[in-house]
Ligand binder design. Structure first.
Ligand code: PLP
Length: 454
């Protein structure tokens, strides 16, 4: 792009947009980074500078940017139709995509309800669970509440914030939210019960069971990010935890909602996180990677039991009265179909094991850095928790903006990452190469060292 236009873009970037999760006072004081194109795992800004996409464009991109098969699928669909409504009509890609989703989903999930982002996919799951209890033959209208986890993130709409547990984002909206029972999440590095993993005998699960025992008569569903709490800073749950949660939900007749918005589509090393522990939830929320990181699409998958609870004569009003204008958008569904086909044809999940192992190896040296408290990894999801003091695990004060400083250093070296507080997150596209993993780790290591040690 010509120089003059670039300058104008920078000015307009600060003048017209209000950026998400961004302190605008800081944004307008700095030089904005404006992306113009990409190829594979490399992003390019308006000046032609290249950066590794170290967070897969916010956990969405799977097969790299400008993946031929994905580009073609969307172009082909564009020649047919861009959008028609799913309210009362159907469309070809929405049908084919739903079939594909059910084929790859944990066994027992049989129905697909579309929306267009992760927050709504969870919002829908909550409303479905609630309404199911109100009206289904096997429901119980006294069950109106939810169990959610501390440190949870399920999106930014009021319902999904209500079951969230990250005070920094959520506290201010307190008066707007509905109550939910909070179970302590297994953040083993900072155990809420002051125990250490294994000798703890799963104290957190005992608290969970206590909650369920006491409140099962009033609880409709539990909502959980299976295996990894993403936005909390990639908090990895210990093996066996998820399976036990599934068992407890069944025992206390509480529906299980699995929010796989972050973990779905290969990021944990299997297609879905639930597969690691042979778990089928009653309801599963999907978004982010569902369209390969191309277009906004989300899906809430349910078991046949949930679906059946909504059947009846129209005048019984058991209908699920919910639907967004762009529900089942044909372009987004065409992208999702192509995404799943690439997984199958290119054995993406199978080929991932080697990359995950390589990452593990390359991350080892990080633990000896003076201010790295813990390195957490599950599949291709990585969180590096920075601490002011390793022995006491004392946190860096927020005004030091330590995470922010690290990602700025990384940017100078050609890597785009994003911190979650004092946790540096790495989550490259599944298509990342071994060489790119090496560079990603080198730059991150150097950036942490620069900011915390020099
Ligand atoms: C990102 C995320 C969401 C919200 O998705 P949006 O598309 O940003 O609304 C919900 N749940 C989890 C686990 C997420 O990581």
């Amino acid at each position: 792009m010509p120089k003059k236009m670039n300058k104008q873009l920078k000015i307009d970037s600060k003048k017209y947009i209000w950026y998400p999760f961004t302190q605008m006072q800081d944004y307008v004081a700095e030089d904005p980074l404006i992306i113009e194109e990409a190829k594979g795992c490399i992003l390019k800004d308006i000046y032609g500078n290249e950066y590794i996409d170290g967070i897969s464009s916010l956990w969405t991109n799977v097969h790299g940017h400008r993946k031929k098969k994905l580009d073609l699928a969307i172009k082909k669909q564009l020649d047919m139709i861009a959008h028609s409504t799913l309210l009362g009509l159907s469309n070809v890609p929405a049908i084919q995509c739903a079939k594909k989703l059910i084929q790859i989903a944990p066994k027992g999930l049989t129905r697909v309800f579309y929306s267009d982002n992760g927050s709504t996919s969870v919002e829908i799951a909550l409303k479905m669970a609630f309404q199911y209890q109100q009206q289904a033959p096997h429901g119980d209208p006294h069950k109106t509440k939810f169990i959610s986890m501390t440190n949870a993130y399920h999106g930014d709409t009021i319902g999904s914030v209500s079951v969230g547990g990250i005070d920094l984002f959520h506290a201010v909206y307190g008066p707007l939210l509905f109550d939910s029972f909070k179970a302590e999440s297994p953040y083993c590095y900072r155990c809420a019960f002051g125990k250490s993993y294994l000798s703890c005998d799963f104290e957190c699960l005992k608290q969970m069971e206590g909650l369920m025992k006491e409140h099962s008569h009033e609880v409709a569903a539990l909502v959980i990010e299976p295996l990894v709490q993403g936005a909390a800073g990639i908090l990895v749950q210990p093996p066996g935890y998820l399976k036990k949660i599934r068992e407890l939900c069944a025992r206390y007749n509480i529906l299980m909602i699995a929010d796989e918005v972050a973990t779905g589509f290969g990021k944990t090393g299997k297609m879905f996180a639930c597969e690691h522990e042979g778990v089928t939830p009653d309801i599963m929320a999907l978004a982010k990677g569902i369209s390969g990181g191309y277009l906004p699409l989300a899906a809430t998958l349910t078991s046949e039991k949930i679906y059946q609870g909504f059947l009846g004569k129209y005048e019984e009003f058991r209908t699920f009265f919910h639907g967004h204008t762009y529900t089942g958008n044909p372009l987004a569904c065409a992208a999702a179909i192509a995404n799943i086909k690439i997984f199958e044809k290119e054995h993406v999940v199978e080929n991932l094991a080697e990359k995950i192992e390589h990452l593990e190896k390359r991350l080892q040296p990080f633990t000896s850095l003076a201010h790295v408290g813990e390195v957490r990894q599950r599949g291709i999801m990585i969180g590096i928790e920075l601490v002011a003091d390793k022995d006491s695990k004392e946190e860096f004060p927020p005004e030091e903006k330590i995470g922010y400083k690290v990602i700025k250093e990384a940017r100078k070296r050609g890597l785009i990452i994003r911190p979650l507080g004092n946790v540096i997150v790495l989550m490259p596209p599944l298509a990342v190469s071994i060489d790119e993993i090496d560079r990603l780790c080198e730059i991150t290591y150097e950036s942490i060292r620069m900011v915390t040690e020099l």
